[in-house]
Design a protein around this ligand. Structure first.
Ligand code: UD1
Ligand code: CA
Length: 458
């Protein structure tokens, strides 16, 4: 059977106290709504309809997903009214699942079960809460069969004692949903068209209503304010941390770990506290990442050590390399095997050859470096002339003395040695020592000035 998913995202989200529409607030670096869409896609629906309202244009722009069919709900007249806005585009032969743009952690596996119930009649997800204030209550008969949902504001004192609440997530055939929605009215405490009223209509039609209680409440938890958002963020991070540990990584403290994208790990990877992963990160076997590093879209090969406080983005790091502490590796960088980038070194858009070392305080930009090169402390590739960028090419086994400027475009041939403190503006020959340095002089007998009495230094 065909599946279509309707995601409600028209609400304002006043309690966020934000200029940004609620569903665009990020969880793990990605808008809440994008999480719901991503999960929806796992079920391979024929269509995903997103009902938007407040901040609609910005929502459409930021989500910009060609698979989404956008439906406007100009006035928020209730959840039933919201779903109805999407119905003209829904096929009668489809089963529908209703989700919420501000309920980001629902799992695809949970929805698979719900879908089966929806195909057979009507499936409903419920939640047991110690304090279900505000939730619609699930009304069951003596046999435990669901009869209706009564909204908190419409419920009697007795009904309010019921701890089983409605999550709002449901599934049923499109043709029936269309009919039930048409017969909704808004004569209730809130003057809204309640989606929840379709339950009683389904029961009345003799449809098999199956309500399942969710085991993990985080899956159905909505975001109404920033406290709830932070709570769900931690829960999401715990899921990610658990998955990594199950696949064989050691997290020194899973509570101090952040993943905002995908992370793939080899065997026996060790991740210290405060590490943030963004985008797509691939870590080989025995990679060790020190405290407080940020890795964004990187591929790290086996046996690499990253010392604390390093930032690495859009780079490929070869086997047995060592990076940091306090290293910054910028986009377009490749480190061949056993290369070393040490403390306070910035590398940008450069290739560092096998076994080459840039150990301290250096800037290497737009550079192609051969193998077994040694770059002294304080070396700078001057790649920018104020208008254009130029490349520096360094051959194999080059030794660059400390505090040297290599003014690009420039080529340092194989086995060249550059004397410390040089400013190199022309290509240097292979195997020779090249340096540019003013001669050292000693002024013998020179005396330091002495302070004259009564002379007040300003
Ligand atoms: C709803 C349910 C309630 C359930 C609770 C769970 C109804 C009538 N009630 O109540 O049974 O326990 O959720 O959180 O369905 N929305 C629109 N357009 C509208 C109204 C709402 O898109 O016109 C969207 C909101 O953006 C939100 C969701 O629907 O994502 C739920 O709306 P909300 O007003 O929060 O419903 P509740 O009163 O919490
Ligand atoms: Ca709500």
């Amino acid at each position: 059977m065909k599946l279509e998913i309707i995601i409600l995202a028209a609400g304002q989200g006043t309690r966020m106290r934000s200029a940004l529409p609620k569903v665009l607030h990020p969880l793990a670096g990605k808008p809440l709504l994008a999480h719901v869409i991503e999960t929806a896609k796992k079920l391979e629906p024929t269509a995903i309809h997103v009902v938007y309202g407040h901040g609609g244009d910005l929502v459409r722009e930021r989500i910009a997903d060609p698979q989404v069919q956008w439906v406007e709900q100009a006035k928020q007249l209730g959840t039933g009214h919201a779903v109805e806005q999407a119905m003209p585009a829904v096929d009668d032969n489809s089963t529908v699942i209703v989700l919420y743009g501000d309920v980001p952690l629902i799992r695809a596996e949970t929805l698979q079960t719900l879908l089966q119930q929806g195909e057979a009649g009507l499936g409903l997800l419920t939640v047991l809460l110690p304090d279900p204030t505000g939730y619609g209550r699930i009304i069951r008969d003596e046999a435990g069969q669901v009869k209706a949902i009564i909204e908190h504001k419409d419920a009697t004192e007795q009904q309010r004692q019921i701890k089983e609440g409605n999550t709002g997530i449901l599934s049923c055939p499109g043709s029936r949903l269309r009919r039930w929605l048409k017969s909704l009215d808004n004569s209730n405490a809130q003057g809204e068209f309640y989606l929840t009223d379709v339950i009683a209509l389904a029961v009345n039609d003799g449809v098999n209503v199956q309500a399942s209680v969710i085991a993990d409440v985080h899956e159905v938890a909505g975001v109404n304010d920033r406290l709830q958002l932070a709570d769900l963020e931690r829960n999401y991070q715990k899921r990610c941390a658990d998955a990594l540990m199950r696949s064989g990584a050691t997290l020194i403290d899973p509570a101090r770990f952040d993943q905002r994208g995908s992370v793939t790990v080899g065997q026996d990877v060790v991740i210290d506290v405060g590490v943030v992963f963004e985008g797509d990160v691939i870590l080989g076997d025995r990679v060790r990442i020190g405290a407080n590093c940020l890795l964004r879209n990187v591929r790290i090969s086996d046996d690499v050590t990253i010392e604390p406080m390093s930032l690495i983005e859009e780079a490929e790091i070869g086997k047995q390399c060592s990076i940091g502490p306090f290293a910054r590796i910028r986009p377009g960088t490749q480190l061949a095997e056993k290369a070393k980038v040490g403390n306070f070194v910035e590398v940008k858009n450069s290739m560092i050859g096998q076994g080459s070392k840039v150990n301290h305080l250096a800037y290497v930009g737009d550079t192609t470096m051969g193998n077994d090169v040694n770059i002294g402390a304080g070396t700078i590739t001057c790649n920018y002339d104020g208008a254009n960028k130029h490349r520096t090419v360094i051959g194999d086994r080059v030794f660059v003395g400390s505090d040297t400027q290599l003014v690009a475009p420039v080529t340092i041939s194989n086995d060249a040695t550059i004397g410390a403190g040089s400013t190199i503006t022309r290509d240097t020959p292979a195997g020779e020592l090249t340096l540019s340095r003013s001669k050292q002089v000693t002024i013998s007998g020179w005396k330091r000035p002495v302070k004259i009495k009564g002379n007040k230094a300003k």
